[in-house]
Each structure stands twice: as structure tokens, then as C-alpha cells.
Design a protein around this ligand. Structure first.
Ligand SMILES: NC(=O)c1ccc[n+]([C@@H]2O[C@H](COP(=O)([O-])OP(=O)(O)OC[C@H]3O[C@@H](n4cnc5c(N)ncnc54)[C@H](OP(=O)(O)O)[C@@H]3O)[C@@H](O)[C@H]2O)c1
Length: 280
């Protein structure tokens, strides 16, 4: 039996990793959370208190753990200060295999925090699996949920295409690599790259109302999104992501999901159908 600690277990990908591990007889799961009681209620599995920024939580969290599903919380960008101490504790506690939720392009862009985490893990002598995921379809049902409900999606991506991936596929690949203890790096995308006009057409086909795409200027997006989010760092990251798409740098499609799972990745239409209730 391999004991897996899932960080980010209450998040978009981690919750599906917890679900997936439950179905694997040779794996046992513990969900790490800053609020383990709430996490246990939501996930119905063993939980442990864990906070990257609170070293006192490390010892119990990593006790008897052989494999780690590692999620960098979006708010923690200072890798050396906020992430590395926990990773060092995991190594000290005997963790052998780390499956890290990274981001597509982390191998060529040293400025993303994921690149620094990959580099630290590679030097630590662990077995590592890097899941370099494209943009999650779930951003449409979380961050952009209200807009889509109201029939208008405003992102400054122009006609640029994005190879959206369903977080459920990312989680399924994670569970497979944890079960088979497969190391290496995978670029995880959906089956095709779509521009936001096409995404809105897919959403309109599934919902009872039309969803229109508007392409605001970058300053306009920054101002209106900041009013909504009140978090400058988050809005800055969003602007960078949509600008990358606008420049045609987010459209690479790979076979990696298909290769690992032996089935095609989930497409945007299926994602929209499965999550229809989010926008009603
Ligand atoms: N969104 C995308 O399109 C996309 C694409 C590729 C890669 N990524 C990467 O995926 C990662 C985010 O994954 P996600 O979207 O699945 O997560 P998420 O939904 O944003 O959830 C964040 C998770 O982090 C946990 N967390 C927050 N602060 C924490 C702390 N101080 N210590 C321990 N845990 C903490 C939260 O758990 P508790 O509240 O229970 O503690 C929560 O489960 C990021 O690194 C992001 O860059 C995102």
C-alpha cells in the first residue's frame, strides 16, 4: 500500500485526485488542508492540517507518506520562502515520489514559479513526475462563471487559441502516474485549441442563453477585473495568461493525455455539458 498525501486537495485538480485514488486498491490517500475539518466534510477521506507557510504542520502531514501530489497554491509565488521549506521536510520525512501540478511551458519559461519548483525537485534526488497543464476549462465555471451566466465573456485574448484541458483529465493522469510510479514530464492539453469565440459558441449550444465574446483592451480588462477581484496579483496573472493566448503562444496541442489514459481528452463541449448547472 502506498500512502499518498494530496496537497491542494480541496482545489480544482486535487479534489479529483482524491476521488481517483479512492478507486485504486494499492493507494491510500490523506488530504492536506489548512482547514482539515471542512476538508473531511467535503472530501470524505482522512485529512491532516497542512499549511506551506506554517512549518509546525509539516511533521504530522508528511509522517508515513511515500508519495506526494504537489499543488503550488496560486497565492504563493515566492518559492524559496513559501514552498521549498515544506519540500525539504517532505524529503527529510522519506517521501520518495512527487507528482507536481506544473504549468505548460515551465520547461522554457524560468520566470514562472513552477519552473523553480521543478528545478528544486529535480535536484533533490526524488522520483519526479511533472504534469505541465494547459489552461483549465474549469476557469470558465469558476473565475468566469458570473459573466457567462450573464451572457458575455470578456478576456483580452483576441483571436488567439488556447488548448484548454479539463482538470479531471489532469487529475486522472496524476492518479495513473501515482499508481504506476511513472516519472517524467507530460504536457497536458485538451484535444484541440479554440479561440474564445469558439468557446462561447460551444457554451451557447449547451446553455439556454447565448454567450458572446468581447475582447476588451488590456487596460480596460485590468481596471474592470480589478474592481471585481480586488487582487492585483491575480489580475496581473490573468492578463499575462490572456496576452499569451492573444500572441498565439497557448495553442499547442499534445497527445500526452491520450497516451497516458488510453482515451482521448475531454473536449470543451463535454465539459460544458457536464458543468451546465454552474451557469444556470
Ligand atoms: N488555472 C489554470 O488554468 C492552471 C493551469 C495550469 C496550472 N495551474 C496551476 O495549478 C495550481 C493550482 O491548482 P488548483 O487550481 O487545482 O488549485 P485551486 O483550486 O486554486 O486551490 C488552491 C488549493 O491550495 C490550497 N492552499 C491554499 N493556500 C495554501 C497554503 N498556504 N498551504 C497549503 N495549501 C494551501 C487550498 O487548500 P485549503 O484551502 O483547503 O488549505 C486549495 O486546495 C497553481 O500552481 C496554478 O499555477 C493552473
Amino acid at each position: 500500500m502506498t500512502h499518498v498525501l494530496v496537497t491542494g486537495a480541496t482545489g480544482t485538480v486535487g479534489r479529483h485526485v482524491v476521488d481517483g485514488i479512492r478507486d485504486v486498491p494499492d493507494l491510500a490517500v490523506t488530504a492536506a488542508s489548512r482547514d482539515p475539518v471542512r476538508a473531511r466534510d467535503r472530501l470524505d477521506c482522512a485529512t491532516v492540517p497542512f499549511d506551506f507557510t506554517v512549518p509546525a504542520t509539516y511533521r504530522d502531514a508528511f509522517a508515513d507518506v511515500e508519495a506526494l501530489f504537489l499543488v503550488r497554491p496560486p497565492a504563493l509565488s515566492r518559492v524559496r520562502r513559501d514552498i521549498v521549506p515544506a519540500l525539504a521536510a517532505a524529503v527529510g520525512a522519506g517521501v520518495e515520489h512527487v507528482v507536481f501540478l506544473s504549468v505548460i511551458g515551465a520547461d522554457t519559461n524560468p520566470f514562472v514559479p513552477h519552473a523553480r519548483i521543478e528545478s528544486w525537485l529535480a535536484d533533490a534526488g526524488l522520483e519526479t513526475t511533472f504534469l505541465r497543464a494547459s489552461f483549465f476549462m474549469q476557469n470558465l465555471s469558476t473565475t468566469h462563471r458570473e459573466e457567462i451566466r450573464n451572457g458575455r465573456l470578456a478576456v483580452p485574448a483576441g483571436n488567439g487559441k488556447t488548448s484548454f484541458v479539463d482538470a479531471r483529465d489532469v487529475a486522472a493522469v496524476a492518479v495513473r502516474t501515482l499508481r504506476t510510479r511513472t516519472t517524467g514530464a507530460y504536457d497536458l492539453t485538451g484535444p484541440e485549441a479554440l479561440d474564445y469565440d469558439a468557446v462561447c459558441r460551444q457554451l451557447s449550444a449547451v446553455l439556454d442563453h447565448d454567450v458572446a465574446y468581447t475582447d476588451p483592451s488590456l487596460p480596460r480588462f485590468l481596471v474592470s477585473r480589478y474592481r471585481l477581484e480586488g487582487d492585483l496579483a491575480k489580475v496581473g496573472v490573468m492578463a499575462a495568461i490572456y496576452t499569451t493566448a492573444r500572441l498565439g503562444l497557448a495553442d499547442r496541442v499534445t497527445d500526452d493525455v491520450h497516451t497516458v489514459l488510453d482515451r482521448p481528452p475531454i473536449d470543451v463541449r463535454t465539459f460544458a455539458r457536464d458543468n451546465r448547472s454552474a451557469w444556470l
